[in-house]
Design a protein around this ligand. Structure first.
Ligand code: UDP
Ligand code: MG
Length: 321
């Protein structure tokens, strides 16, 4: 059983990472043992369908600080992180990917920095992503440029979900009514004093990425629509632009009529109809994204269900999240 009041909790979201887990334990444990303070590792099993639960159970036998929170179904990286964050008990709560792309040694640096300078948030910022694929690097670059433009420069560029939060920050997050927060945007928005620690992004230790293209698109859409109504203004802009274009077409059609060459206008008419149709569909889609978010918020369904928590086998469950 883990300590009731650890100084540090480390949240690790896990989805089908059977091959990575032993490597993670081998590398993370010495770092945390070396702190000489009570800690807990909150492994959030995000509904893995491989042998991850078995591997975790095996690791737990020799590592009492390891706590396993199992989600009933695969709920996604952000939901798994949130679940771990809200169940962690540490004075500081860090989050780290299971695949060792974020070096565990940096956790010590983050903790020391937070204590020395009384900071609430320390971000791990990837100073070098040469191990990531070109596709991943360019889409990530685009993502950070876009969110920093729409959300504001408080969002550190290249800061993923490798970070350390104080208890106060976690409690502030918990008080937000949002069910599906995009943590890397909401955390900076809270406005706590923060600092950045640069680190080199390593290669995935084993297994393959769990972030498919569709999940990346989902994260980007969630990031933008949860923080900014700017896309709706784009829709308005397109509407205005379309109207101006139509006004020009009217003048063109009138001139063509005066010159008795109306049939020649067929192509431009066709193009205009297509263009307007496209603009309307785009605007509908944009509106739909926001309506979808309102719908989800009104339904108020939790973004994850915890089916078991190894700590609850020993102590009564905390209030359901
Ligand atoms: N992950 C998760 N649930 C998911 C997808 C991913 O908990 O539905 C975890 C995954 O096990 C890993 C972390 O999120 O610990 C980051 O995923 P991954 O390394 O596949 O993403 P990438 O580094 O390729 O962006
Ligand atoms: Mg990874």
């Amino acid at each position: 059983m883990t300590s009731r009041n650890p100084s540090l909790s480390v949240v690790v979201p896990i989805f089908n990472e059977e091959s990575v887990l032993p490597l993670l334990a081998r590398r993370l444990r010495p770092v945390l043992d070396g702190l000489g303070e009570p800690y807990e590792v909150v492994a959030v099993d995000d509904g893995s369908t491989d042998a991850s639960p078995v591997v975790l159970a095996g690791l737990r036998r020799g590592w009492p600080q390891l706590r396993v929170v199992r989600l009933r179904r695969n709920s996604g990286h952000q939901a798994a992180l949130t679940a771990g964050l809200f169940r962690a008990r540490g004075g500081y709560v860090a989050s780290i990917d299971a695949d060792l792309q974020d070096p565990p040694e940096v956790l010590v640096e983050m903790l020391t920095l937070a204590r020395e300078r009384a900071l609430d948030i320390v971000y791990g910022v990837r100073s070098d992503r040469s191990t990531d694929s070109t596709f991943k690097r360019s889409t990530a670059g685009l993502y950070y440029r876009l969110v920093r433009r729409l959300v504001g420069n408080t969002v550190p560029a290249q800061a993923g979900d490798f970070r350390l939060l104080s208890r106060a920050t976690v409690e502030a997050l918990r008080e937000l009514p949002e069910r599906r927060p995009v943590l890397r945007l909401v955390v900076p928005w809270l406005g706590f004093p923060s600092a950045e620690v640069p680190y080199v992004r390593e290669q995935r230790a084993a297994g393959s990425t769990k972030y498919s293209l569709s999940r990346m698109v989902r994260l980007a859409t969630d990031s933008i629509t949860s923080f900014s109504a700017a896309p709706l203004r784009v829709a308005t802009g397109l509407g205005v632009g379309g109207m101006l274009l139509c006004a020009l077409m009217v003048v063109f059609a009138f001139v063509a009529y005066l010159r008795d060459s109306t049939v020649a206008g067929w192509a431009s008419l066709y193009v205009a109809i297509l263009f307007l149709g496209a603009v309307q569909l785009l605007c509908l889609g944009l509106l739909g994204e926001y309506v979808g978010r309102i719908y989800a918020a009104v339904q108020g369904r939790p973004s994850y269900f915890v089916s078991s928590d190894t700590d609850d086998l020993f102590v009564s469950s905390d209030a359901a999240d």
